[in-house]
Design a protein around this ligand. Structure first.
Ligand SMILES: NC(=O)c1ccc[n+]([C@@H]2O[C@H](COP(=O)([O-])OP(=O)(O)OC[C@H]3O[C@@H](n4cnc5c(N)ncnc54)[C@H](O)[C@@H]3O)[C@@H](O)[C@H]2O)c1
Length: 315
């Protein structure tokens, strides 16, 4: 019998949920519980993933369930339940439907795992993480959103291809809102093995890479035609889970609760942060040039407006 492992519960066993589960167990990080409203589906996926254990060499417990009691005592909760926008559904409809789902699943999960860190994934991200924070009653540093970890890995991928170097040598950050129009890829601070990007690419090529990063999610949606990205989101969730479980003190951009940093209060926005066992242990305030500052402020405005729409619908 294997020793007691850390426990990660993933609420929403759809594409992103099962991708995260697969990366987590393949890196041997934790036992995993997959929860969904659909009966049989999380159980089927969990059984399937368990049966890869003898080949991949993991002895972890992988559970699929429709019952939150199975999530009790989790170290990390990943909230990825939600619906995708369907034809005829407005942005506001999507916002309000996912708001209801995220608030209710977060309450169910957090009351059974009062010491967990919560990573919210459901879109629109920066609004959903705020609602999860309120629903949990947790201190804000233990509730965060997946945004920059994914957007930055896309940015790094595109830069490495453009420059012709390994992805490992590219360091790049994306902050702001997790949306096509309001993310802020920080081109000025990209380092390729210590060399500033502007010495390696023309301004036109840098602008093209920034634009492709902004549209990174949409590009995949238009290729897949049904559904959205899940491999890279699952891997980005796994990086955050590992940083928390093993107190890695990783510097990862994520959606964090601001209490005055960047002149913003009582809002979740993507910023560079230090992630460890206690959750978001530090938020870094970095200088932004005029255009990044303007883009960041527009992102803040956009998140506030979306949050106001949810508050209006629930008033
Ligand atoms: N933040 C990010 O970087 C990022 C990246 C990728 C996807 N997303 C978002 O993550 C969410 C999930 O994406 P996906 O591709 O996995 O979608 P999906 O449709 O494959 O999976 C969503 C799952 O949530 C489940 N669900 C719905 N309501 C539920 C409830 N009340 N309780 C439990 N489960 C419930 C559904 O049954 C479904 O299995 C979407 O909102 C998507 O936009 C965010």
């Amino acid at each position: 019998m294997a020793a007691k492992q850390p426990k990660v519960s993933i609420i929403g066993a759809g594409n992103v949920g099962h991708s995260a589960a697969q990366w987590i167990v393949s890196h041997r990080l934790a036992d995993v519980v997959l929860v969904d409203v659909i009966e049989g589906m999380p159980q089927g996926k969990a059984l399937d993933l368990s049966q890869a254990g003898p080949i991949e060499g993991y002895d972890l417990a992988i559970t699929g369930t429709n019952n939150y009691d199975d999530t009790a005592g989790s170290d990390v909760l990943v909230i990825v339940a939600g619906v995708a926008r369907k034809p005829g559904m407005s942005r506001e409809d999507l916002l309000n439907t996912n708001a209801g789902i995220v608030a209710s699943v977060t309450k169910e999960a957090t009351r059974r795992s009062p010491h967990a860190c919560v990573i919210v994934v459901t879109n629109p991200l920066d609004v959903m993480v705020y609602l999860a924070y309120k629903a949990s009653g947790f201190p804000p540093e233990r509730v965060m959103g997946l945004s920059g970890a994914l957007d930055s890995t896309r940015f790094r991928t595109f830069i490495s291809r453009e420059v012709g170097v390994s992805v490992e040598d590219v360091s790049a950050q994306v902050i702001g809102a997790h949306s096509d129009t309001h993310m802020v890829p920080l081109a000025g601070s990209v380092s390729v093995g210590g060399i500033p990007l502007r010495l390696l690419l023309t301004p036109e090529r840098i602008a093209a890479v920034v634009e492709r990063t902004r549209r990174g999610g949409a590009e995949i949606v238009s290729l897949l035609k049904t559904g959205s990205a899940f491999f890279a989101p699952g891997a980005a969730i796994t990086t955050m889970v590992e940083a928390i479980l093993f107190d890695r003190k990783r510097l990862i951009p994520l959606s964090a609760y601001l209490t005055g940093q960047y002149g913003v209060r009582d809002l979740y926005v993507g910023v560079p942060a230090l992630l460890g066992r206690n959750g978001v242990e530090r938020i870094y305030e970095i200088p932004l040039d005029a255009s990044d500052r303007a883009a960041f402020e527009a992102a803040v405005q956009n998140i506030r407006e979306n949050l106001a729409l949810v508050h209006k619908a629930s008033a």
